[in-house]
Design a protein around this ligand. Structure first.
Ligand SMILES: Cc1ncc(COP(=O)(O)O)c(C=O)c1O
Length: 297
């Protein structure tokens, strides 16, 4: 058991379930011929654990299934098995608030891009780790920077899949950080802003909430979908349409969503203050509704 194997105050090794087997971190190894390593030929999910319960596990596994389909990766295990492994990893970690990452690659193959040369079986890894502390001032508001970038699956049949090939996202984050921002906002050639490097984006103007449509190639965030439901519960009008920098600059409020961070106020874009530069009331209401849904499950 890896649990309790502390390297320092407050640190715990992650729990690893590799192809169905619980292994110590130091024994968790995959082949250098794994296509996830060689080509990013893999998909993944990240979800949050509250009080030892995985939140929205059904939605995450359903999205993983769609990502696998987009890549035409045929999993060599039943999804029910993966679900069991997620629960096992969480129980073994024994931390109330945790993070779970599920990765599935096409598996090993010849040293060749041709997907038909994959020998299978698929490689699957479930990692459960204590949730890293979020920045203490996160909910006071963050800044975003627009970065002209395209995701590796844009305009492909796997558009919107949660691919492990996150290189465009990490390069965008690096540029945003160099500009002193917290999150990168992917900007297309038409100037529309689709999503954060690891979040979905929303603006609020005149009491109305706006967010880019799924057809813009964004990841269909699980948190995004739940916030859209929260808006309905709150009687707040929500519309899906393309957003531009000017929409953020003129907005009363803006926020981002992700499974680990929930709903985070955005108070500046490219150094320009949004609204009064403080987290807004609609953002707070939607976050509170979201938190209610978390407790209700
Ligand atoms: C590119 C991108 N968009 C959106 C999200 C938010 O998705 P979810 O709410 O399902 O965590 C993520 C999450 O990591 C992401 O990486």
């Amino acid at each position: 058991m890896t649990h309790g194997h502390a390297h320092g105050v407050g640190t715990t090794d992650p729990v690893i379930v590799l192809n169905g087997v619980h292994v110590a971190l130091s024994d968790a190894r995959i082949s250098v011929l794994d296509r996830g390593f060689l080509f990013g030929d893999a998909v993944f999910e990240v979800l949050r654990v509250y009080g030892r319960a995985p939140f929205a596990l059904d939605e995450h596994l359903a999205r993983l299934g769609r990502s696998l389909e987009g890549f035409r990766i045929e999993p060599s295990f039943p999804m029910a098995e993966l679900r069991r492994e997620v629960h096992e990893a969480i129980q073994l970690l024994a931390h109330d608030d945790a993070y779970v990452r599920v990765m599935v690659s096409r598996g090993e193959g010849a040293l060749h891009l041709d997907p038909r040369r994959a020998r299978g079986p698929t490689t699957r890894v479930v990692i459960a780790a204590p949730l890293l502390a979020l920045p203490a001032d996160l909910y006071d508001g963050v800044s975003i920077a627009t970065v002209r970038a395209e995701r590796s699956t844009d305009h492909t049949r796997a558009a919107g899949a949660k691919t492990a090939a996150y290189v465009a996202n990490l390069l965008a984050l690096q540029v945003a950080q160099e500009r002193g921002a917290y999150e990168a906002a992917f900007t297309a050639s038409d100037g529309s802003i689709s999503e954060g490097h690891s979040s979905n984006l929303f603006v609020v103007r005149g009491g109305e909430v706006l967010t880019p449509p799924l057809s813009s190639g964004i990841l269909g965030g699980i948190t995004r979908a739940l916030v859209i439901e929260a808006a309905r519960d709150e009687g707040v009008t929500l519309r899906e349409r393309l957003l531009f920098v000017s929409d953020f600059e003129r907005a009363d409020e803006a926020f981002l969503t992700s499974s680990l961070r929930e709903v985070v106020p955005i108070t500046a874009i490219d150094g320009v203050r949004i609204g009064d530069g403080q987290p807004g009331p609609v953002t707070r209401r939607l976050h509170a509704r979201y938190a209610q849904r978390v407790r209700a499950r």
